[in-house]
Design a binder for this molecule. Structure first.
Ligand code: PLP
Length: 402
């Protein structure tokens, strides 16, 4: 069959399965109240957990960075694109997030996806076994595949099962890989147990703190700081387009690990360095995250999390018990999830429907993402819509079962 015919058929199959994605268009900054597809909505779709994406100080820092360094970097980091803004940010990141290791160093990447590919393909290869949590983010999965290491998947957050796999492995090098906060579930990996297993079995522990950095731990230093863990065998990845409100990501580790990434990580070497102004704005963001204002934003976020968590337990659907800003509500089928999302949309709320392959088949869900930019009035609106949708018998699992 002609390629176009095949693709058209595939797209029709996505439609029939309720799996076709549609991109919404924002005409305003990412914030609690946004203009999306020409309408004002209250947004629960972003990862802007601290509400910094449109913060005046960061917008100003971006403009200042552009005035100082221009619009583009002009080249890759090893061939002319490495600017003072990148250097400064890496120093700031090492001191802000590198407290888990002696001699920390950090490397700034254009995206978290690339940071994860870089870390796994450079630290693992043939002869390495990667032990990967079943619910890890796609970028970790892809990095593990691309590394050509042997990949063993352990049941979600199951330290005992992981221990058994490590025990049975005769691989020369071992890497345990996990999200800290799971992106579609909001739960936190058993970090202390993972590190204890790594130390016991001579493995390294690679953690992706995309959804913890800026939110968890003292001054928002992340999940490792919250758990007060330290080890030379830890590698931490954090993303900077979520709580930090800008873009990019970092890998922090012992300086030798980072130097090896600079020398060998293909997703770092063979790509144009990110816009220096973005690095300049992230440096400003780190100051905000670690400030009293950052503390106040995290405290407000905690009150929103506690209220939402309680609210979701009163619905007929299955919440995932999450103590973080990611508050999922599992609906089940794609069709019902899309219908519930459409009902929210009709109430001027933007709550995205998450479907396979992002989550396992049969566990489609709404992902309610909270931000310090939300007010309690925003949650009143969410609560009212939830109670209205629960009245629709077709969508209420308790009533439709009766
Ligand atoms: C757990 C996790 N890791 C990595 C990424 C990728 O980060 P980025 O958006 O900066 O590419 C994401 C989401 O985008 C994520 O949820």
């Amino acid at each position: 069959m002609h390629l176009l015919d095949t693709l058209e058929l595939n797209l029709k199959t996505l439609d029939a399965q309720g799996l076709r994605r549609r991109r919404r268009i924002a005409d305003s900054p990412c914030a609690a109240q946004m203009t999306v597809d020409g309408r004002r909505v209250t947004g629960f779709a972003s990862n802007d957990y601290l509400g910094l994406a449109a913060h005046p100080l960061l917008v100003q820092a971006l403009a200042e960075g552009a005035a100082r360094y221009g619009a583009g970097s002009g080249g890759s980091h090893l061939l002319g694109g490495h600017s003072r803004a990148h250097v400064q940010l890496e120093e700031d990141l090492a001191s802000f997030a590198g407290g888990f290791v002696d001699k920390p160093r950090a490397l700034y990447f254009s995206t978290g996806y690339m940071a994860n590919l870089a870390t796994l393909t450079t630290l693992a290869g043939r002869g390495t076994a990667i032990f990967s949590d079943a619910l890890n983010h796609a970028s970790l999965i892809d990095g593990a595949r691309l590394s050509r290491a042997e990949v063993q998947i352990y049941p979600h957050a199951d330290a005992a099962a992981l221990g058994a796999l490590l025990e049975a492995s005769s691989a020369a090098h071992k890497l345990i890989v996990s999200d800290t906060v799971f992106s579609m579930d909001g739960d936190i990996a058993p970090l202390a147990a993972l590190l204890a297993l790594a130390e016991k079995h001579g493995a390294w522990l690679v953690l992706d703190d995309a959804h913890g950095f800026g939110v968890l731990g003292p001054q928002g230093r992340g999940a490792l700081a919250q758990a007060a863990l330290r080890s030379p065998h830890l590698v931490l990845i954090g993303t900077l387009g979520k709580a930090a409100g800008v873009s990019g990501a970092f890998v922090a580790a012992h300086e030798t690990v980072i130097e090896w990434l600079v020398q060998r990580a293909r997703p770092y070497i063979f790509t144009t360095a990110s816009v220096p102004a973005a690095a300049h704005a992230v440096s400003a963001s780190l100051k905000l995250i670690g400030s009293a204002e950052g503390d106040a934003r995290r405290a407000h976020l905690q009150t929103l999390i506690a209220r939402t968590r309680a609210m979701l337990h009163t619905t007929p659907w299955q919440p995932v018990d999450s103590a973080t800003a990611v508050q999922p509500l599992i609906i089940g089928s794609n069709e019902a999830t899309l219908e519930v999302a459409a009902a929210f949309d009709a109430a001027d709320l933007w709550v995205p429907a998450i479907r396979p392959p992002t989550v396992p088949v049969g566990t489609s869900r709404l992902r309610i993402s909270l931000s310090a930019g939300h007010s309690h009035e925003d949650l009143d609106q969410l609560e009212a819509a939830l109670s209205q949708v629960s009245q629709v018998s077709r969508l209420n699992p308790n009533r439709s079962a009766a």
